[in-house]
Structures are given as C-alpha cells and as structure tokens.
Design a protein. Structure first.
Lengths: 107, 121
C-alpha cells in the first residue's frame, strides 16, 4: 500500500499570502496519478487537481499542482477567505489511498 | 445535473448490519465504476470499496474486507454497500463518489453529501 504523508499538519496564513502544501508518497506514483481535494466543514470533498497538475473544471487558477515520483505540492498563490479548509492528496496509481490532510487556517 | 445521493445510514449496535444506497443521476451510470469512501469523526478520508461498471471487478480496503459487500444495479442507477459485523471503528460518514473515467482506481470528480453510520451500543 502506498502511504501518503502530508505536511504540515496545520498551516496558519493570512489572506493574500501564498500557501504551499506537501504530499510525500512511500513509493513511486506511476503516471503522476495524484489528486488534491478541498474539504470544508460539513461538506463533501471537492476535486481541485488531478494528474498532479491539472486543474479540475471550475477551479480558480490560483490553485496549482506540481511534482512527480514521490513528492508533490499544492500551491495556492494568493489566499482568499474561502480557501481556508482541509486539503487532502490522493493517489490512484496503485489502488487508492489518501493523505491524512493539511488544515489551512486563518492566522 | 450530475448528482449522487446516499441513504441508509443510522445507529446500529456492534455486530449489526446496515445497507447503504447511492442513487445516481445526470450521467451514464452504467458506463462508470463507483466508489465508497468514508470519514470517521474528526479524521481523514479512507477508501472503502470500488466496483467496475459491469460488477466484474470489485475491490475492498483491508479494514472492511470480508465484512462489507459492494454491489450495483445499473437498471436503477444505484450502488450499494452491505455492511455486516459492524464495529465501533466503522462509525463514519460514508460518501459515494464517481471516478472521473471508467477506471475503478481513479480520481473522483463527483461526490454525494454522505450518510452517517454510527456503531454504538
């Protein structure tokens, strides 16, 4: 099983700042099969990024994904108030596993 | 509108059973695999099970293997999760989620709102 480790566990930033979230895999992820989701309290997850760097439909361009192999990054260029949430990475190269999440909170 | 609506959650005693349903609409259900994903209170997401479009391929996470059974009825645009021998650690919100393409192991672009399962005596 591929284990995904997200860091940091909590990220405290202010609106307008840049957020960088990390997702590290215990094994190589084939074909960059890595997705990112945003989840707000009481809501289902929302797909942000797939294939490591492709934005899902309707996702603002301040969200970007990068990385390959075992190291992946989600970047939010300028934080908006609605971006404060929990973010999960998911790999689908070998079965499905999720990271434990990064909570992005307002500083 | 593409939509997934889960139902069937509730309170059940340890060792009991429950059957969850997920009704799909707005897309060609019979051509896509489907997944169940759960989230324990205050915890992260955990993949539970996947079923291919024709039910030929079925997969389970280790924590539910042998206790849960996924199935689907393409005529009713529905997918089900039969949960037996329930444990306290199965307490979670259960989401039905659609892979973005026909593969069972894929990213998920449509999620239901979830149904809550509580296992407690």
């Amino acid at each position: 099983e591929i284990v995904l480790t997200q860091s940091p566990g909590t990220l405290s930033l202010s609106p307008g700042e840049r957020a960088t979230l990390s997702c590290r895999a215990s094994q190589y992820i084939t074909n960059r099969y890595l997705a990112w989701y945003q989840q707000k309290p009481g809501q289902a997850p929302r797909l942000l990024i797939y294939g490591a760097s492709n934005r899902a439909t309707g996702i603002p361009d301040r969200f970007s994904g990068s990385g390959s192999g075992t190291d992946f990054t989600l970047t939010i260029s300028r934080l908006e108030p609605e971006d404060f949430a929990v973010y999960y990475c998911q790999q689908y190269g070998s079965s499905i596993t999720f990271g434990q999440g990064t909570r992005l909170e307002i500083k | 509108e593409v939509q997934l609506v889960e139902s069937g959650g509730g309170l059940v005693k340890p060792g009991g059973s429950l059957r969850l349903s997920c009704a799909a609409s707005g897309f060609t259900f019979s051509s896509l695999s489907m997944n169940w994903v759960r989230q324990a209170p205050g915890k992260g997401l955990e993949w539970v099970s996947s079923i291919s479009s024709t039910s030929s391929y079925i997969y389970y996470g280790d924590s539910v293997k042998g206790r849960f059974t996924i199935s689907r009825d393409n005529a009713k645009n529905s997918v089900y999760l039969q949960m037996n021998s329930l444990r306290a650690e199965d307490t979670a919100v259960y989401y039905c989620a659609r892979p973005a393409a026909g593969f069972y192991f894929y990213y998920m672009d449509v999620w239901g709102k979830g149904t809550t399962v509580t296992v407690s005596s």
